[in-house]
Design a protein around this ligand. Structure first.
Ligand code: ADP
Length: 448
């Protein structure tokens, strides 16, 4: 049964292809939107229909709500999938999609808005019994207040923007002497980057892992989780490699976290896909934020749980109930994803340009999500993620071996990418042992 007549995909790159694939297997035609810079992009080539919605700058194209709604009206689409990034966590966009009689494939605008404000998100989760990172009780309005909170929770502290995202809008104050400067910079940056200078304080944890839980909910009280992802390998708070499950978690800890989180989201009346992010240190979980959308790293969960999360999102958005319970979900093997960015592997500066040769790896347990092709020119205007290499194997040890050989097979010629960095990571003894925290990669790349 087709859940929708036609779905417009409000995104580009690998995630637009990922959503197209899900739609095609469900028998639902797709509409691609694109900027003038993306006229020859793979997501346009593979869509059933496409509409050019504006010039290269994202503000005038992929973030241009009137143009996107017009494209949906012209093509007769009855639902919009936002992917990740761009408008995926824009509550006003979700509201406007609904006001135009279309279905937004995602949560309710109210829940997007609540979780987009990290202070509101933490307050809501605390009220539902989810443990938090120690910090301020809501927003901190003055430097004096910040001093008092920091004195109570102890240095180092992290000053975070309420409206922050994408790893931006965070400043560490190592000691009382640093607080004034960090406070000033954090507020100024929050105002200029997010148009909202509200900030809050958290204890800066010295050796946590980033562990997140993938959930699906139907809005009728049924919520399930698809296990955890360990996304501790980050540079500048941006994830570079993710695995499922976490090398640091056992089934009992996963089940306990899952039970608490699914109960909280059922009480909230949440619907569609979501991810709750936690820091995990000394056996304790502390909630930091919730993402109300599909995540870049969702494939590792798909592989260990044998589920198509995008098809599930579409089905749930059409009003279906989940139709299965937590007991029906089982996990098999281990999966790892490498984010391959068009970036210099040493300096991390973006490397847009022409891809001369594109030869993705294959063989058992290898998945490549990418919109690259030989002759494609990576434009300089958007995110630098150009491919995701995901492997699945019965054990972590076998998954790492598979990843190493797949990375060695991967040829992207013409532009520099992060492949050489991943090749080094997968051969490192700490990585092989699963022994790393969120601070590990910064030291690893710093030690070039
Ligand atoms: P964003 O929305 O920008 O991704 P998050 O709140 O999810 O911001 O944090 C991103 C990353 O920053 C986390 O994965 C973690 O590595 C780091 N981080 C966030 N909060 C803390 C904290 N209290 N202590 C240490 N590191 C933190």
């Amino acid at each position: 049964m087709a859940f929708f007549h036609k779905i417009l995909i409000a995104n580009r790159g690998e995630i637009a292809l990922r959503i197209q694939r899900a739609c095609r297997e469900l028998g639902i035609p797709t509409v691609a939107i694109h900027s003038t810079a993306d006229a020859t992009a793979m997501h346009v080539r593979l869509a059933d229909e496409s509409v050019c919605i504006g010039p290269p700058s994202a503000r005038e194209s992929y973030l241009n709500i009137p143009a996107i709604l017009s494209a949906a009206a012209i093509t007769g689409a009855d639902a919009i999938h936002p992917g990740y990034g761009f408008l995926s966590e824009n509550a006003r966009f979700a509201e406007m999609v609904e006001a135009h009689g279309l279905t937004f494939i995602g949560p309710s605008p109210a829940h997007i808005r609540m979780m987009g404000d990290k202070i509101a998100a933490k307050t809501a989760m605390a009220g539902l019994g989810v443990p938090l990172v120690p910090g301020s009780d809501g927003a901190v309005a003055t430097l004096d207040e910040a001093r008092a909170v920091a004195g109570r929770i102890g240095y180092p502290v992290l000053i975070k923007a309420a409206a922050g995202g994408g790893g931006r809008g965070m400043k560490v104050a190592a000691s009382a002497a640093d607080l004034e400067e960090a406070w000033r910079v954090a507020r100024t940056e929050a105002a200029s980057a997010f148009g909202n200078d509200q900030v809050y304080l958290e204890k800066y944890l010295d050796r946590p892992r980033h562990i997140e839980l993938q959930v699906l909910a139907d809005g009728h009280g049924h919520v399930v989780h698809f296990g955890e992802r360990d996304c501790s390998l980050q540079r500048r708070h941006q994830k570079l490699l993710e695995e499922a499950g976490s090398p640091a978690l056992d089934a009992a800890a996963r089940d306990a976290l899952g039970a608490r989180v699914t109960a909280a989201l059922a009480e909230l009346g949440y619907r569609n896909a979501g991810t709750l992010e936690f820091l995990y240190q000394d056996g304790q979980f502390a909630f930091i934020e919730m993402n109300t959308r599909l995540q870049v790293e969702h494939p590792v969960s798909e592989l260990i749980a044998d589920v198509d999360l995008v098809q599930e999102q579409i089905r749930l958005a059409a009003g279906e109930t989940l139709g299965y319970t937590q007991a029906d979900i089982s996990f098999s093997g281990h999966a790892i994803e490498c984010r391959i960015n068009a970036e210099d592997p040493l300096t991390f500066s973006p490397t847009p340009g022409r891809v001369n040769v594109f030869h993705p790896p294959g063989g058992p347990g290898v998945r490549v999500d990418s919109a690259l092709y030989a002759g494609y020119v990576v434009p300089p205007y958007y995110d630098s993620l150009v491919a995701k290499l995901i492997v699945h194997a019965p054990s972590r040890r076998e998954a790492v071996a598979r990843l190493a050989r797949a990375l060695d097979e991967f040829v992207i010629d013409g532009i520099k990418t992060t492949i050489p960095l991943h090749q080094r990571i997968v051969r490192d003894k700490d990585f092989l042992a699963g022994d790393y925290t969120i601070h590990w990669l910064e030291r690893f790349v710093g030690g070039e």
